[in-house]
Write a protein that binds this ligand. Structure first.
Ligand SMILES: O=C[C@H](O)[C@H](O)[C@H](O)COP(=O)(O)O
Length: 226
């Protein structure tokens, strides 16, 4: 008898992306996030093309992918609200707060999430944690403020690296490792209050509503308690 092979991370991502298709409301504008898990989602959207009149996207990368597949991507300024936003995460805690921005799209992701009725997070099982902070926390900053913000993050106990990357907004990213984030909302508020911070990649005030987690036993669905 041949033993069942464990699913690869890519297969888990494809699986949760497929499960997310059920959350797309026919005829509504779809919010599309960024990252390797969302790439799996985008690749499956042509199969339900007739349900999606248009999208808004959280990055140039996703916009290009969507347009290449023939989807209309609207300018965010033309859109007041959307029903569903589907995006990945770098970490998600039991309260559905997330660290995002490993792919550098945190600011636009937060903007799209802020106008969405439902945030559906798609992630493989490795992303579910008890306490946020194993993944370095991305902070998008105005380039001339990078030094000042680095020092403030270090004062919180983080070890900080400037990412070799320019965001879609022309800004820089600092990755702050070593923070154990017991109060994600308070840290989100604090870092966002520092001059020169564009966005911190903590999604605590606007966390996920539904988590679709890809595990070797299949997709597990978690809903945020009301
Ligand atoms: O900036 C990128 C986003 O926040 C992604 O959602 C996050 O990094 C997860 O990406 P992936 O699906 O590639 O693990």
């Amino acid at each position: 008898m041949t033993e069942k092979q464990p699913m690869s991370q890519t297969e888990l991502k494809r699986l949760v992306a497929r499960a997310a298709l059920d959350y797309i409301v026919p005829g509504e504008i779809l919010g599309v996030g960024t990252g390797s898990t969302v790439d799996q989602l985008i690749d499956q959207l042509p199969g339900i093309r007739e349900r999606i009149p248009a999208c808004v996207s959280s990055s140039e990368r996703s916009t290009k992918r969507l347009e290449a597949l023939g989807f209309k991507v609207l300018d965010m300024n033309e859109v007041e609200s959307i029903g569903v936003y589907i995006d990945g995460a770098d970490e998600i805690d039991p309260g559905f707060a997330m660290i995002k921005g490993g792919g550098g799209a945190l600011t636009r992701e937060k903007i799209v999430a802020s106008i969405s009725g439902k945030f559906v997070c798609i992630a493989d099982a490795s992303k579910k944690v008890d306490v946020l902070g194993r993944f370095p926390l991305p902070v998008e900053v105005i380039p001339m403020a990078a030094g000042a913000i680095r020092r403030r993050l270090e004062a919180l106990g983080a070890s900080v690296k400037l990412r070799d990357f320019v965001t879609d907004n022309g800004c820089s990213i600092l990755d702050a490792a070593g923070l154990s984030i017991s109060d994600p909302k308070a840290l989100e508020d604090e870092i966002n209050s520092w001059p020169g911070v564009v966005t911190v990649g903590l999604f605590a005030h606007r966390g996920a509503d539904v988590l679709l987690l890809g595990t070797s036993e299949g997709v597990k669905t978690f809903r945020k308690a009301e």
